[in-house]
Design a protein around this ligand. Structure first.
Ligand code: PHE
Length: 345
């Protein structure tokens, strides 16, 4: 029996050496390691042998089995490598085939607008900073001269985060970027010159001109001798950069509790050039931002002495700018994630 095992091993190895085809390899496997192979038969017959022989032949039989299995694996590997090498050698490269296009991403139109606005102010020496979306009642209202029962709170349909609505300690989703004014005054000493881009939230039904989430850019400048003329000069320059040299700009009185005096800035309608049309509600003007001189009480709350320093602030809606510029008539398009719309910018 031992002799038989030696013979099986020799014959199997010799045959294996010559195999170059996976199908033949499979047949070899059945022949020498299969259930009906000679080797299997030898191993199965062990039970009928006397103990001494059983041990000797059993050990050798298993050795042979292991050798055959590992040679098989080795042969399989060699054949696979050869297959890969030959497929690379014969595969031709057709350099005339069109390349695979790289799909290039783009910035969202609102992101583009934010960058454009901030770049204009950076050119005038403003720094860009940000503040939190979830804000304390104190920063969003109280510190801005809008105490709990103040009617100006009606201007802001507020989304509250905490249940203690209206107390200074309740949290909310900021309704404008103005709370960052106070945070900045608490943190920095004048001269301060910053713009703050950011998301704002209001509890409003959405329609063509209202979204419950939108963007604003806030501006704040505080130094000695800052006057309304600085505010006007800065905003006129900004409007010219964004809407063109020729654009007419209008300042009118407006009221915000945290500025005094307060103003509203409008530009000549981009659609009708002041003649009056549907876009401007037949007024010829488009309001684009609120502004004013920082109220002395607000400065005081930021620990800045209003007898020494003065400042101006402004806040603008961002979505309006591309809407006016490109004639987009529905604000909801910006956040609908429709690629057909977004790919145009
Ligand atoms: N925060 C005001 C708003 O959202 C705009 C504003 C900012 C007005 C700064 C004056 C000064 O309507």
């Amino acid at each position: 029996m031992l002799q038989q095992l030696e013979q099986i091993q020799k014959q199997a190895s010799e045959e294996l050496e010559k195999i170059n085809d996976p199908k033949e390899l499979q047949l070899w496997k059945v022949r020498y390691l299969g259930r009906k192979s000679r080797l299997t038969r030898v191993l199965r017959s062990l039970a009928t042998l006397p103990l001494e022989e059983r041990r000797k032949i059993g050990v050798r039989g298993n050795e042979v089995k292991n050798i055959l299995e590992s040679s098989l694996a080795e042969r399989e590997k060699i054949l696979e490598e050869a297959r890969i090498a030959s497929s690379l050698k014969y595969k031709k490269l057709d350099v005339t085939l069109p390349g695979q296009p790289l799909s290039v991403g783009r910035l969202h139109p609102i992101t583009q607008t934010l960058e454009e606005i901030c770049d204009i102010f950076k050119g005038m020496g403003f720094q860009v900073v940000e503040g939190p979306d979830v804000e304390w009642d104190y920063y969003n209202f109280e510190a801005l001269n809008i105490p709990q029962e103040h009617p100006a709170r009606d201007m802001f349909a507020t989304l509250w985060v905490d249940a203690e609505v209206g107390s200074g300690k309740a949290r909310l989703l900021r309704t404008h970027t103005s709370p960052v004014q106070i945070r900045l005054m608490e943190e920095k000493r004048p001269p301060i010159r910053v713009v703050v881009p950011g998301r704002c939230y209001r509890y409003e039904a959405t329609d063509a001109t209202h979204e419950s989430m939108f963007y604003q850019v806030e501006g704040l400048a505080i130094d000695k001798n800052i006057t309304m003329a600085d505010l006007k000069g800065t905003l006129v320059e900004f409007c010219r950069c964004l809407f063109g040299e020729e654009r007419k700009i209008r300042f009118r009185c407006d009221y915000f509790p945290f500025v005094e005096p307060g103003a509203e800035v409008a530009i000549e309608c981009l659609a009708c050039h002041g003649a009056g049309c549907r876009v401007c509600g037949y007024t010829g003007w488009l309001e684009i931002l609120g502004a004013g001189m920082v109220h002395p009480d607000v400065l005081r709350r930021g620990d800045i002495d209003p007898d020494v320093y003065s400042g101006f602030a402004f806040g603008m809606g961002v979505e309006r700018m591309p809407m006016l510029r490109y004639g987009i008539d529905d604000i909801r398009l910006f956040y609908g994630n429709d690629l057909r719309f977004l790919k145009q910018f």
